[in-house]
Design a protein around this ligand. Structure first.
Ligand SMILES: [Zn+2]
Length: 219
């Protein structure tokens, strides 16, 4: 697999990190390589739209972005500017270098057909973050069972102080808000525009992303 490969909505293409930005249509996803030192910017172009992100270490896909490790080391459930996000082996994978939205979480798994069925009684086939991640990561050798709890960008999950019961609120993100994540090692990244109505204030919107290569960093 080339280190300049993008799979967008199931279709593989070659690309250059400088070719960005790209748009994920509503309820779609992509997977792509991200080189160490490069900065991935994820933009909510219309506001109140969640994007799920996961990542794997490129030279060993058994190492993945860990919600548990990242929350443990940050000592909070809302990742914020300056936080480093860690792998299951406690390797730094990404650093949040900028954030204009201010509310994200690492608590909930990507929406999936089973989740739509269990929580909402929806049986009909429909897109989901999980199926979009599976579809786009598969060409890189990632299987469905390997997809972990995602970093839920722009999602607004509020726990009750006494019971921990979770309420999914309207995202804080407004049109044009963005989060920038710098790769701390060579990565494979999966990204979606979320397909769950409740997480996105009842509608489905696109997600944009761009990548800026760090000067002086090769690859
Ligand atoms: Zn979703």
């Amino acid at each position: 697999m080339s280190d300049r490969t993008l799979v967008l909505d199931g279709r593989k293409t070659r690309w250059d990190e400088g070719d960005m930005p790209l748009r994920l249509p509503p309820r779609s996803g992509a997977a792509f390589t991200l080189n160490a030192g490069s900065t991935l910017r994820i933009i909510d172009p219309e506001g109140e739209q969640v994007a799920d992100l996961t990542a794997f270490v490129r030279n060993d896909l058994r190492e993945w972005l860990s919600a548990g490790r990242s929350m443990d080391y940050a000592n909070r459930i809302y990742p914020n500017k300056g936080d480093v996000l860690y792998s299951n082996r406690s390797t730094p994978m990404l650093k949040i270098v900028n954030d204009t939205a201010g509310r994200h979480d690492f608590l909930l798994a990507p929406c999936s057909p089973e989740m739509f069925r269990k929580l909402y009684g929806i049986e009909d086939p429909r897109p989901s973050c999980f199926t979009n991640l599976v579809k786009n990561l598969a060409p890189f050798g990632v299987c469905a069972n390997a997809i972990p709890t995602t970093l839920n960008l722009f999602m607004n999950v509020v726990p009750a102080p006494d019971t921990g019961e979770l309420t999914i609120g309207v995202p804080h993100s407004r049109a044009g808000d963005s989060v920038s994540l710098r790769a701390e090692t060579d990565l494979l990244v999966g990204l979606t525009a979320c397909s769950a109505e409740k997480s996105n204030n009842g509608s489905f919107k696109p997600i944009d992303f761009s990548i800026r290569r760090s000067s002086g960093v090769g690859g």
